[in-house]
Design a protein around this ligand. Structure first.
Ligand SMILES: [Fe+2]
Length: 380
């Protein structure tokens, strides 16, 4: 039996669709957002205006950094527990969304915390028991967090990214407003777009793929390959909106299917050096795809994708696109010195074997992983 979830309750798309917030009547709304960009671009003001009714109280928790930590979640949780919202509205990049989701989980289920959440049977949590609404407005086009049942939080002490998955975290409403993603700087458009591409490809070559998610992921791959260059290089609104929607489709797909070793390794490097998630994926993706080609099913799927993308080889095309976006081809080229690498090598190796690596289409052992880590560090 498979339980395929195609989204939360609603996905709202279209230019200016943030205004849909005016249709809701929540009494106590906690807004969770990142550093400055959503405040400085007045998106938070607009959201507040839309959601404000005569008797609405609003609390803003801002300053969530990239790679939100357990401390960031705990700080927000304290505010949440004293404010007691009936709706958490999160506006920002994947980091803000992930932080909001973790706050919501611990607010709704107070017997959970970071010490026990990974051991706890989260499948036993019933989504209908969640009383607080979760509305997500992504300001970047990559993580798909506005539709997934997961959140990734960094444990700074352990230098480990902790993925938490439960249907209770699936947002109720995702608002995909192109006006909000038009403010993204070029490097963020590129890196988050590469994250979305990685989601779609890792799910598409995962042996757990089903026909429903095959449709979502393959369309997302073809669409991202076609439109991402225009979105990054030309700041083109049509392209930006298409990528925003394709990344959401990839999010739905990978939430059902799972990912693979690119994400396993990316989380290990990201936690070790506090690097942006999309950047780490973009560096790693071509190396892992080449490696996974030893599986004939993966090789066949990559050939089919190449045909659908009108290119001779999709992996070479991804390398070309990465270069076009000025994304480095290795962690060494990204500024991680040899000394920094050697210092963290064993920790990265240990952590890279965890998480999504366990569902990679080719089973990895530690020796093979060690070679792969050397490859993504030094490049070819
Ligand atoms: Fe990702």
């Amino acid at each position: 039996m498979r339980k395929i979830v195609l989204s939360g309750k609603r996905i709202i798309t279209g230019e200016g669709c943030l205004s849909v917030l005016s249709e809701f009547s929540y009494k106590r709304v906690m807004i969770v957002t990142g550093g400055k960009s959503m405040i400085e671009s007045h998106v938070i003001d607009r959201a507040t205006d839309y959601i404000q009714k005569e008797d609405t109280e609003i609390l803003v928790y801002s300053g969530v950094p990239k790679n939100p930590s357990t401390e960031d979640v705990d700080r927000g949780l304290l505010k949440c527990q004293s404010f007691k919202p009936d709706c958490i509205l999160t506006i920002g990049g994947g980091s803000a969304l992930d932080c909001a989701k973790a706050i919501l989980l611990f607010y709704e289920f107070p017997y959970l915390n970071f010490d026990n959440v990974l051991e706890y049977n989260l499948k036993g949590l019933i989504p209908a028991e969640r009383k607080t609404a979760l509305i997500c407005v992504p300001s970047t086009s990559g993580t798909g967090s506005e539709l997934t049942r997961g959140t990734v939080i960094t444990d700074i002490q352990k230098e480990l990214k902790v993925p938490i998955m439960t249907d209770c975290l699936r947002p109720d409403i995702a608002i995909l407003d192109v006006d909000i993603v038009m403010t993204m700087p070029k490097n963020i458009v590129a890196e988050t777009g590469m994250d979305a591409l990685t989601h779609a490809i890792e799910a598409y070559i995962n042996h757990n793929l089903d026909e429903f998610d095959e449709g979502l992921c393959s369309s997302a791959i073809v669409g991202i390959m076609e439109w991402l260059p225009k979105s990054v290089l030309d700041n083109d609104k049509e392209a930006r909106e298409k990528i925003h929607n394709y990344q959401a489709m990839a999010g739905i797909g990978f939430a059902n299917v799972g990912l693979g070793m690119v994400h396993g390794i990316a989380h290990a490097f990201g936690a070790a050096y506090n690097m942006a998630h999309g950047l780490t994926n973009a560096i790693i993706l071509p190396y892992v795809l080449d490696y996974n080609r030893q599986d004939p099913t993966v090789d066949k799927k990559l050939k089919e994708l190449s045909y659908r993308c009108h290119c001779s080889d999709i992996v070479k095309e991804i390398i070309k696109m990465r270069k076009m976006f000025d994304i480095p081809e290795s962690f060494n080229a990204a500024g991680i010195t040899e000394e920094m690498f050697l210092e963290k090598h064993d920790l990265i190796l240990e952590h890279a074997m965890l998480g999504a690596t366990r569902v990679n289409p080719v089973v990895m052992n530690k020796t093979e992983m060690d070679k792969m880590i050397g490859l993504v560090y030094w490049g070819k």
